[in-house]
Design a protein around this ligand. Structure first.
Ligand code: NOJ
Length: 741
């Protein structure tokens, strides 16, 4: 359609039809045989009349070509103007092929790998009928208690957030949204959702504007610059005002300053929640606040559907805003080609050929391997030697639940488990014992009851637990090395999964303690969606391979890695705390007036634990040994339009080939506002042959030195800087330079 035709279409619409476009509901309703459900079923709570249901502009979480077509047909059959529905979904880490969860993808420090995963995911989703994906989530996150850490692609770093946001948006959308394999990206959550107090989901966010601009805003900005079609508001308040009705945020910053022209959608029920927040006094006010702030689509509440019309009749300004919103929505439908073909790229034949195809599964496995982070490898216990007897122990050894809490559409049945892959490799003679459950039933029951599901009683649980440990000990005794697969339950991280205890579950710690007594090397494969508190067990383990929730091909990827067919190259994007009391802990913090050094009393420290994280940002080992020497700056004074080139020598002192992520950090030593002790400014992922030496260069330029000053201007200031290069944010070589402007 031409733009003119869209404008004409808009002029033909009744006010009810326009407002309908601004409402999103769950798509199931259109699949129901019994349409009376519309009035009595789940939508009853939404207080939507049947007529209004057939006016809605979009639905969520309907996917699969057949289902999409059915819903679209049912909807269009009763719609006067035949404006197709938009289908929006949460395809967070892949559709049928589950890729590693976002926190893991970020640890690859490889934009090509992330792009590749996103493209496969976009292709699978597009032929399954998705038009818009609620991804990427680019909320900077510093607090491991927050369950949604698992979705945070850039972790605690704004630069990573920026780079990944750009990569993912472009990979989803391509050049032409109607092309097969392309879908619109909905970037979330505007804004600063990752800064919820105490890591408790949906909690308050209060921060200075400088902090917001310096750390939290850059990834959203990058996504907008990359052309993201949609943004989702966050559930939290930001400095006293719920984000969803925050005019300063949406109008001033997002639309005016950053020039965002696309659609703003509320998060699930968030417009209505502005009443619960204590901001909007009633539903009419909630509608008024949201439309005035600039929210185009009301996800899963009936506030717009039931209150916008009266507001439009009272106030022409609001009607004008409604027209603008609807125009944006129709424009997106048009870009997706839905007026020509309401099914978009949904195609059952293509689904059969493409979904879960073997070439993509092979690619997925390789990409997954880039996300693993080797946290410890005492005496080079990894890679495993094939001639050693290995005892496989733990609830994740024979478990396909390794796709994370957002992979509701993934095809888990085709997942091999670690046990299956070991059997394929070593024959059926493998030593295996489950050792324990992931969680005790009491813990699982808490999760079940919060989901409204019946709880389960297990007879003699304590005895069963004891028997499992005994059997694990017997199995371990027959082996030279113990391979443990432990971790969080997949329902312990994700939305509404904040935790005050981020250690491994008690029963798993008990298993480790019992096996430790055998004095055999223990290798831990760790499954989780957030940095885990490891301090009680770390010293009992010889090696730790962090695999997060690695997805469909995870088991195979892990076994190959353990045997050295691949070499770990992932680096943490989030600091691992010593214990939960340290949260939030992050590398780019300020120095304070009393930084912790030596064992002094009146310094900024804890009495009982070190100040530093257990594993820092940027950290991750390899089977290679990389040695960094000779940092060199081509000059030590820099003027405004100049650059400085930093060079380091890196030697792979091992017989293995592998990748290393070389990281450049900068510290502005004295500023008109204080600057962090280190900030990541650039990185390179480089391949090294055995014993290869490379000289790696980085250019430092003025934009890298800019920050938000006292007057909230984005500037660089003359003065002295430190530059650091290393394989993580702590073990670095350093030098200094001066900036003269
Ligand atoms: C709530 C979550 O916060 C958001 O990330 C998700 O996309 C929506 N629900 C839709 O399911």
């Amino acid at each position: 359609m031409k733009h003119k035709e869209i404008v004409e279409l808009l002029s033909e619409m009744t006010i009810e039809e326009k407002i309908g476009q601004m409402v999103q509901i769950s798509g199931d309703i259109f699949l129901s045989e019994d349409t009376s459900r519309i009035l009595t079923g789940p939508l009853h709570d939404l207080h939507l009349s049947k007529e209004k249901v057939y006016h809605v502009g979009s639905v969520l979480n309907i996917v699969g070509a057949e289902r999409v077509k059915k819903v679209q047909d049912e909807y269009l059959s009763k719609s006067r103007l035949k404006i197709p529905l938009l289908f929006m979904d949460d395809i967070i880490n892949g559709y049928k092929i589950a890729f590693p969860i976002p926190i893991a993808q970020g640890c690859s420090w490889n934009t090509k790998a992330i792009k590749e995963m996103t493209k496969i995911s976009a292709m699978e989703s597009s032929i399954a009928g998705a038009n818009v994906n609620f991804s990427p989530m680019v909320d900077l996150s510093r607090d491991a208690r927050w369950g949604r850490m698992m979705e945070s692609i850039g972790g605690e770093d704004p630069l990573l957030g920026e780079i990944y946001a750009k990569t993912i948006v472009k990979a989803y959308q391509g050049k032409n949204l109607s092309d097969i394999g392309k879908i619109a990206s909905c970037v979330k959550h505007i804004a600063a959702y990752g800064a919820v107090e105490a890591g408790r989901d949906y909690n308050t966010v209060d921060m200075s504007e400088r902090e917001f601009r310096q750390y939290y805003l850059p990834p959203y900005k990058a996504a907008i610059e990359a052309g993201a079609e949609m943004l989702m508001t966050s559930f939290n308040i930001l400095n006293g005002i719920p984000s969803t009705v925050n005019k300063w945020l949406i109008q001033e910053v997002i639309r005016k300053e950053l020039g965002f022209k696309g659609i703003v959608i509320s998060d699930y029920g968030a417009i209505k929640e502005t009443i619960t927040h204590g901001y909007s006094a009633n539903e009419t006010e909630a509608a008024k606040n949201a439309i005035n702030a600039g929210v185009d689509i009301d996800m899963m509440s009936s506030i717009y559907a039931n209150h916008l019309k009266d507001l439009c009749l009272e106030n022409q300004e609001i009607e004008k805003k409604v027209n603008e919103s609807v125009l944006r929505i129709l424009t997106l439908k048009n870009k997706l080609g839905l007026f020509e073909n309401p099914y978009g790229n949904a195609n059952q034949t293509k689904e059969k050929i493409y979904l879960m195809n073997s070439s993509n599964l092979e690619k997925a496995k390789k990409l997954t391997q880039e996300t693993f982070v080797l946290l410890k490898n005492k005496n080079h216990v990894l890679p495993l030697e094939k001639n050693k007897k290995i005892a496989l122990i733990g609830p994740y050894i024979d478990n396909i639940g390794i796709t994370g809490s957002w992979s509701m559409f993934s095809d888990r049945t085709k997942n091999g488990t670690i046990l299956d892959i070991f059997k394929e490799k070593m024959g059926s003679q493998v030593l295996y014992a489950k050792g324990c459950e992931i969680l005790r039933q009491e813990e699982i029951n808490k999760i079940l009851s919060a989901d409204g599901l019946p709880t389960v009683h297990v007879e003699n649980e304590a005895q069963r637990e004891q028997d499992m440990i005994v059997s694990a000990i017997q199995t371990a005794k027959k082996a030279d090395i113990i391979l443990l697969a432990l971790g969080e339950h997949y329902r312990q991280s994700g939305e509404a999964c904040s935790r005050s205890n981020i250690a491994l579950p008690e029963n798993q710690i008990q298993l480790i303690n019992e096996l430790y007594i055998l004095s055999k090397p223990i290798v831990l494969i760790l499954f989780n969606g957030r940095p885990i508190e490891l301090n009680k067990i770390e010293e009992k383990l010889d090696a730790i391979l962090e695999v997060w929730f690695p997805g469909t091909t995870g088991a195979k990827a892990i076994v190959e890695m353990l045997f050295g067919e691949e070499n770990p190259s992932g680096k943490l994007t989030m600091s691992f705390p010593q214990n939960v009391g340290q949260c939030p802990v992050y590398y780019n913090h300020y120095n304070t007036g009393r930084p912790h050094h030596d064992n002094l009393r009146y310094v900024s420290r804890y009495q009982d634990i070190p100040t530093e994280s257990l594993y820092p940002f940027g950290y991750g080992l390899s089977y290679c040994d990389f040695k960094y020497t000779q940092i060199h700056l081509n000059k030590h004074k820099m003027r405004k339009n100049e650059t400085i080139t930093v060079t380091v020598k890196i030697e792979n002192q091992s017989d293995y080939a592998g990748y290393e992520v070389i990281q450049l950090y900068i510290q502005d030593l004295y500023g008109s506002v204080v600057r962090p002790v280190k900030e990541l400014k650039a990185f390179k992922k480089e391949y090294f042959k055995p014993h290869e030496i490379k000289y790696i260069h980085f250019d430092i330029d003025l934009p890298m030195l800019k920050f938000w000053n006292e007057k909230l201007e984005f500037v660089a200031e003359s003065g002295e800087f430190k530059v650091f290069v290393g394989g993580d944010s702590v073990n670095v070589l350093e030098d200094r330079f001066e900036l003269w402007i």
